[in-house]
Design a protein around this ligand. Structure first.
Ligand SMILES: *Cc1c(COP(=O)(O)O)cnc(C)c1O
Length: 222
């Protein structure tokens, strides 16, 4: 399926006027689709599956910034730490500490976001508020050396209800704001990653400055 070129230019214009970064979510899409969007100027791409990312990365230009946005298992961290630009999906202290360990092993700084649980649905991954506080307390006592926490990510419920979506995005933004000026070492929140193809405009109204858009650019996934 060809890239939606006009959609891309319009979206990019809308986002850059608002200072919002676009992550083009290329999961399940072929390398040729990524090359097409790259040729239009896109550099930030997001993938959900470790194996797929590890397969695609060497085939594509080295200046692509790879965002890992899917659920990440601890035993797979080592495969992406050597080249990943930003991991959006840190949903436990154990995962955070594994990333720190693998980053230390190769001496490479790694930037991450904390994925927060904001949806009313049971199926979504993420930290709740109690777990967030515990994680922050832990790294205050045991500062990270190689990993920097750069912000938060959240996925809203998959519903049409605008009021519900608004509330979920607002919840994430308020957690983000609460820790924005913290003095905890290696916690420098500047990225609030929320909004996808169906809800990015609403997410931006609620404070998002990074959106993850897939199907709008690449067409529907199977
Ligand atoms: C697939 C995915 C997206 C993109 O979804 P679209 O609706 O296709 O824009 C964004 N974020 C995450 C975490 C995803 O898994």
């Amino acid at each position: 399926m060809p890239i939606q070129q006009t959609t891309y230019y319009q979206l990019q214009k809308f986002l850059s006027e608002k200072g919002v970064t676009l992550v083009a979510v290329s999961k399940t899409k072929p390398v040729s689709d990524i090359e097409e969007l790259y040729a239009l100027g896109q550099r930030d791409f997001g993938e959900n599956y470790v194996q797929e990312l590890v397969d695609k990365q060497p085939l594509l230009p080295a200046d692509i910034r790879w965002h890992f946005i899917g659920h990440l298992q601890r035993n797979k961290v080592k495969y992406i730490v050597p080249f990943v630009y930003l991991i959006h999906s840190v949903d436990s202290l154990r995962l955070l500490l594994e990333i720190e360990k693998q980053a230390a092993k190769i001496g490479r700084p790694v930037n991450v976001l904390l994925q927060m649980y904001i949806a009313g649905e049971e199926t979504k991954f993420g930290l709740d508020e109690v777990e967030l506080n515990e994680l922050m307390q832990h790294i205050q006592l045991h500062p990270l050396q190689f990993v920097s926490i750069k912000g938060m990510m959240g996925m809203a419920s998959f519903v049409e209800d605008q009021k519900m979506l608004e509330k979920e995005f607002a919840t994430l933004y308020s957690l983000y704001s609460r820790f924005k000026n913290t003095a905890i070492p290696n916690v420098n929140l500047e990225i609030c990653s929320m909004g996808m193809s169906g809800d990015y405009a609403l997410a931006i109204q609620q404070g998002s400055n990074m959106v993850r858009v897939g199907s709008l650019l690449f067409g529907a996934r199977k």
